[in-house]
Design a protein around this ligand. Structure first.
Ligand code: AMP
Length: 618
């Protein structure tokens, strides 16, 4: 149904169709885009005529807030009150970011390491969600002014490796900015949409999205088939980008002009100037073969060859990540059909060349690498608005999701790299007679013991009717929706008792940690397997000891002293083995106890049946 409104300024009637905007909420810059006459366009600001809104917020005196270019200038003049790179803090606890807190010029608060970070500016505390909301509000304002209408629905992009907490935080930021976030879309998926890689139905295509921005590098391998996108693998480095190329140039100039690190440390003005000049040189060398300049008698000339020699090792590092992603996706370079370039730093010719060489194919670089993600978000928004053929967007989970079972073992319910949305479940039971409550602790990670994984949340399934251990049927369902938000539901099937949570936990993972967890899980695989086997043996021993104890109590009357004595003796041996670390010794003790008690259990059963039959006369 078409709605219309009156534009008082121009005295015109606007026929308003539903407008959903696309937003690229970036670490360095953010953009907003929409579909105009069938094509995606980004919205520029009125003064600088740039579509990039620096993702920077400055808090001035008397509650004034500056966003974007105006705030960017304050990074140098008023660092304590200027917040940048807030995306790095989304959904993170202080523990997650403690290692790189010196990276921020503003104050990141450590209240207790498990709660989400807060940023202190003067006497106020802001969450990364609130700060992102300020940036989103600015984008909303920009497009509303440009189109002269209100907008309240958006699609926002996030990196493919963002976990459910980070995705939820992004949604919350949108909500806070007055935007109904209809979909969270992966950045590489958006970039592929912008390049129109929708293929003929018969054949799927595999795409590598190479994203080198100002401070971060991401490589994503996607597969698209029948309009369905799937993330096969992601890799990258959160601290590798254009800034590092600038630094390489500064170092080259320092060496040439006989300056050492201390000289730069002492002279902040010089350091800042060299950095700016380096970026200028780098950008110039994307077109020219030579850059010439001086600063206070320092020779700041740079040839393209010198530049390329200096940055080659950095670009080679990105190629290593590409290889790791391909390995994860179990693919070879010749299986990649398209390579898409995203991020301002992919304008550097050597970047394009080395990437094309590695993938042995020409790269897609016809769209503006800064705008391509926002454009794709706008296309996704348009699809949701019903203006385009529906495309299903599919992603994968970067880490396994599961619950803690007895002995601290991780029981994976949705394995790593499962397609999203995804639903999986498993049945469990109680380990104690008459158990009324069951704690369900949800973890993320690849290790066998939950203590090495990350806890996402927990809840208690209450009011299970009293039943002997092992009888309740507890069904645990994991439902991961299209945005990567996890809902966990537990129900006792015999009594229809039910409890569920949506994971909104204060924990989250940095990309480094995620990579580390994956590496750790491989390096520790052997030890983890041993630990798991030991714990499983101990769990089994515990169950058998409990039932033996129960058996002795209930059936003492049909057992003789010798039998009681030997059972107790074997149980003691098992108890001792259980407290040791030799799983084989435990298993052996289990077997011996079982072997001895099996005939006794039979006798007890016969006796019980006979007792039950007594007095039942026909
Ligand atoms: P992004 O985070 O995607 O906006 O990327 C910004 C990065 O792209 C910064 O490091 C810029 O210096 C870099 N950049 C912008 N324009 C160029 C260019 N013409 N050549 C090389 N790098 C560029």
């Amino acid at each position: 149904m078409a709605k219309f409104s009156i534009n008082l300024k121009e005295g015109k009637i606007n026929k308003e169709t539903e407008l959903i905007i696309g937003i690229d909420l970036g670490t360095t810059n953010s953009l907003v885009a929409y579909i105009k006459d069938g094509v995606p366009v980004t919205v520029k600001n009125e003064i600088q005529k740039s579509s990039l809104l620096p993702s920077i917020v400055h808090f001035g005196a008397a509650e004034t807030i500056l966003v974007g270019d105006a705030a960017k200038e304050r990074i140098v003049t008023d660092p304590a009150n200027t917040v940048y790179s807030v995306k790095r803090l989304m959904g993170k606890s202080f523990g997650d970011v403690a290692d790189f807190k010196q990276y921020f010029g503003y104050q990141v608060i450590d209240e207790d390491t498990e709660s989400l970070v807060k940023i202190r500016v003067k006497d106020r505390f802001y969450s990364p969600i609130e700060l992102s909301a300020i940036i989103l509000k600015e984008l909303k304002k920009r497009i509303e002014a440009n189109l002269n209408r209100t907008v309240n629905k958006a699609v926002i992009t996030v990196p493919a490796y963002f976990n459910d907490v980070q995705r939820q935080a992004t949604r919350d930021a949108g909500k806070l900015a007055g935007l109904d976030v209809l979909r969270i879309v992966n950045e590489p998926t958006a970039a592929s949409l912008a390049y129109g890689i929708t293929v003929d139905k018969s054949e799927g295509q595999t795409i590598a999205v190479y994203d080198l921005g100002g401070g971060t590098f991401d490589i994503s391998i996607l597969h698209i088939e029948d309009g369905i996108f799937e993330v096969l693998a992601t890799n990258g480095d959160t601290f590798l980008g254009g800034d590092d190329l600038d630094r390489a140039i500064v170092e080259l100039w320092m060496a040439r002009n006989g300056l050492d690190a201390e000289a730069l440390h002492q002279n902040k003005q010089l350091s800042q100037q060299l950095r700016l000049k380096a970026e200028e040189a780098k950008k110039a060398l994307s077109q020219a073969d030579k850059f010439e300049d001086t600063y206070e008698h320092l020779n700041l000339g740079l040839s393209k060859d010198e530049f390329e020699t200096a940055i080659k090792p950095l670009i080679e590092r990105t190629i290593k990540h590409c290889a790791a992603a391909l390995k994860d996706a179990e693919l070879d370079t010749n299986q990649i059909d398209h390579v898409i370039m995203v991020g301002g730093s992919t304008r550097t010719p050597l970047v394009k060349k080395l990437v094309a060489d590695y993938f042995k194919t020409a790269v897609n670089d016809t769209l503006d690498p800064d705008e391509v993600v926002a454009m794709g978000a706008a296309i996704q928004a348009d699809i949701l608005a019903g203006n385009q053929r529906e495309l299903l967007l599919l992603d994968v989970t970067p880490l396994s999701l599961g619950i803690e079972t007895v002995g601290g073992l991780m029981d994976v319910i949705i394995p790593r790299n499962s397609k999203v949305p995804s639903k999986a479940g498993r049945q469990y039971t109680t380990s104690v007679d008459g158990q009324k409550n069951l704690k369900v602790s949800v973890y993320q990670g690849e290790r066998d013991l939950v203590e090495h994984n990350r806890k996402l949340g927990e809840f208690i399934l209450k009011d299970i009717p009293p039943m002997p251990a092992g009888l309740p049927k507890i069904d645990i369902q994991f439902i991961l929706d299209a945005d990567g938000i996890l809902k966990v539901k537990a129900s006792e099937l015999r009594s229809a008792t039910e409890q569920s949570i949506a994971i909104k936990s204060p924990y989250s993972l940095s990309e480094e940690e995620m990579a580390k967890m994956l590496i750790d899980s491989i390096q520790h695989a052997e030890q983890d397997m041993k630990d798991r086997a030991l714990l499983e043996a101990r769990n089994e021993a515990q169950n058998i000891l409990l039932s033996t104890e129960k058996f002795l109590k209930q059936h003492r009357n049909i057992l003789n002293e010798k039998e009681i004595g030997r059972t107790t003796e074997l149980a003691t041996i098992l108890k001792e083995a259980k407290s040791g670390t030799d799983k084989d010794a435990i298993n052996k003790a289990i077997e011996e106890l079982n072997e001895f008690t099996a005939p006794l259990a039979h006798r007890a059963m016969d006796h019980t049946i006979a007792e039950a039959m007594k007095g039942k006369k026909i």
